[in-house]
Design a protein around this ligand. Structure first.
Ligand code: ZN
Length: 60
C-alpha cells in the first residue's frame, strides 16, 4: 500500500489516502476525512510514470 496526499474535489483539503498499487487500474469510493463526501478515486498504474490517482466528484 502506498500513502499519497491528494486534494479533495469537494472541500479542497489535502487528505492522505492509502492506495494498493499492486491491484492495477481500479476505481473505488472513499469518504473524505474532512467533509465526509464520497470521493471517487481512479487509480491508474503506468509502468513508466508510476501510479497516478485522480480524485473525482461523484456527480461529475
Ligand atoms: Zn472533503
Amino acid at each position: 500500500m502506498d500513502e499519497i496526499a491528494i486534494g479533495c474535489p469537494y472541500c479542497g483539503e489535502t487528505i492522505d489516502i492509502l492506495v494498493d498499487s499492486s491491484a492495477g487500474d481500479h476505481e473505488y469510493y472513499e469518504d473524505c476525512s474532512v467533509c465526509c463526501s464520497p470521493i471517487l478515486f481512479e487509480v491508474i498504474v503506468d509502468i513508466l510514470s508510476g501510479m497516478n490517482v485522480i480524485a473525482k466528484r461523484d456527480d461529475e
